[in-house]
Design a protein around this ligand. Structure first.
Ligand code: ADP
Ligand code: ADP
Length: 226
């Protein structure tokens, strides 16, 4: 189970920028929710607060009803995939995928099983010995997703994961992430500025603007609105 709930969550950065303004978002267990809106509207900040990478100024983050505001990122059952992939350049693909498990003190054998399993799902088994610089953009993105999958988290967060890919690959990876959602049965929160991506991928869509939540609905529901 993993319901994610933001109650009246506000983020004011040092210097006074109010990036998120009293946001209320409730994501159900196993739901795929897309946060969409123009650049600078507070999507990434929202995601980073859920991950624990950014402090919440006021309001509450609850996961399965438990208050998470002060829980360290590594103790949240959450994995995040970044736009820039955030791969360690000096590590191989295998080491990149293993890293999050290693720092959480998983046994070598278990790490090995999980890395190979994730590599199989993502079709990157032949790449495990390569360094990130020897990979294409699409392959790097797969590794970044693989690094999240090996953790088997209850919640996945995606921060514009496809925006550095060319159009064709973007369409392909959208389908892959959607099928990953069915396969893994996890709760997923996905940030994009691309409305088509939001409409095609989301069970539900949260539209943000200037730190505020403007609309929430299913793709069909939003499409039919005036
Ligand atoms: P989005 O993901 O929708 O592009 P962000 O959450 O990145 O939006 O940013 C929301 C607002 O917060 C923007 O005005 C941005 O400039 C500001 N912001 C983001 N990160 C920081 C930061 N570390 N310090 C100060 N302001 C920030
Ligand atoms: P996870 O705990 O999800 O497996 P990691 O342990 O790989 O993630 O990374 C922990 C933190 O280090 C994350 O906040 C991530 O953004 C950051 N990070 C990961 N890779 C890099 C990198 N190559 N350069 C800078 N920061 C990174």
């Amino acid at each position: 189970m993993a319901n994610v709930e933001l109650r009246n969550v506000t983020k004011v950065y040092e210097g006074g920028v109010k990036a998120v303004d009293a946001a209320n978002i409730a994501v159900s267990d196993k739901e795929f929710v897309v946060l969409v809106g123009p650049s600078g509207c507070g999507k990434s900040t929202t995601l980073r607060m859920i991950a624990g990478l950014e402090e919440i100024t006021s309001g509450e983050l609850l996961i399965d009803g438990k208050l998470m505001n002060d829980v360290a990122p590594k103790d949240r059952d959450i994995a995040m995939v970044f736009q820039n992939y955030a791969l360690y350049p000096h590590m191989s693909v295998y080491e990149n995928m293993a890293f999050g498990l290693k720092i959480r003190k998983y046994a070598k054998k278990e790490i090995d099983v999980r890395v190979h399993e994730a590599a199989g799902i993502l079709d990157i088994e032949e790449l495990l010995d390569r360094k990130p610089k020897a990979l294409s953009g699409g392959q790097r993105q797969r590794v970044a997703v693989g690094r999240a999958i090996v953790r088997k988290p209850k919640v996945f967060l995606f921060d514009e994961p496809l925006s550095n890919l060319d159009a064709k690959l973007r369409v392909q990876m959208r389908a892959e992430i959607s099928s990953l959602h069915s396969r893994l049965q996890a709760t997923m929160i996905y940030v994009t500025h691309d409305q088509v991506e939001a409409m095609t991928m989301g069970d539900r869509i949260v539209v943000m603007r200037d730190g505020l939540i403007q609309q929430v609905g299913t793709p069909l529901g939003l499409y039919n609105q005036p």
